[in-house]
Design a protein around this ligand. Structure first.
Ligand code: 6GU
Length: 231
């Protein structure tokens, strides 16, 4: 069973993880999810989790002590500590695939200007610590990144999607779809507002359909993702 633990100052932000596909998987015991309020690990009167940055500058930095208390409690030697941050390594489908086979993922959601760097340094000698970014833009905190990463990982865990659904044809999937995005899809009716479904899809020739889909994927990748098409 893959267990997710999320530490955040906004636990309600993670509520959508209990909806739909993931909610069902959690109910069925295929996945585990616990969300923890960082302020529960801050023991001063105001449950302070942030302070001014050393060296000056705008904004606030998350204090290390509450993180230390929370992470000491949650991490085991088998855990991976994931810290979402725009300064991290880009998150990829290959990484989602790798995480989906792990027993325990712990997410540390930073807010403000981020978490005191000594937290990552300290735990790097105890567990694998991954700083992960969703892309080249800045979010207000790690919570939305965690929603994204957990969903991308969870749907790859056997038993989370219906086993009738294959993830092999997904955009970016290792194998035939590596460095490709999926091409267009169609359903009934055969004509909609004078637009027809490509004839080959109703031909019943599965080899030809597979070849056509591969060509469509390459064309779409060239148009929308020239960065991938070159690789
Ligand atoms: Cl993972 N976190 C934040 N706060 N901003 C981001 C991001 C992550 N990825 C892109 N921007």
């Amino acid at each position: 069973m893959l267990k997710f633990d999320v530490i955040t100052v906004f636990p309600e932000y993670l509520a959508p993880l209990r909806l739909s596909l993931l909610g069902r998987a959690i109910e069925d015991g295929v996945l585990g999810l616990d969300v923890h309020d960082l302020r529960d690990f801050a023991h001063d009167k105001h449950q302070t989790v942030d302070d001014a940055p050393y060296g000056g500058g705008p904004g606030m930095v998350m204090k290390p002590e509450p993180w230390g208390e929370a992470l000491d409690q949650l991490l085991t030697p088998e855990s991976v500590l994931i810290i979402p941050t725009p300064s991290g390594r880009p998150f990829t489908q290959a990484q989602a695939q790798e995480y989906s086979a792990m027993p325990h993922l712990v997410f540390a959601c930073g807010r403000y200007e981020g978490i005191d760097s000594r937290v990552a340094s300290h735990y790097s000698s105890k567990v694998r610590v991954d700083e992960v970014s969703l892309g080249d833009y800045v979010l207000a905190g790690g919570e939305v990144a965690v929603l994204t990463i957990v969903e991308a990982v969870a749907r790859l865990v056997p038993g989370v999607l219906g086993n009738e659904v294959s993830v092999q044809d997904d955009s970016f999937a290792q194998g035939a779809m590596e460095n490709l995005v999926e091409g267009p899809v169609f359903t009934r009716p055969p004509v909609w507002r004078e637009l027809e479904v490509p004839e080959i899809l109703t031909s019943g020739d599965h080899a030809k359909i597979a070849a056509w889909r591969h060509l469509q994927a390459m064309q779409k990748t060239a148009i929308n993702r020239p960065d991938l098409a070159d690789s």
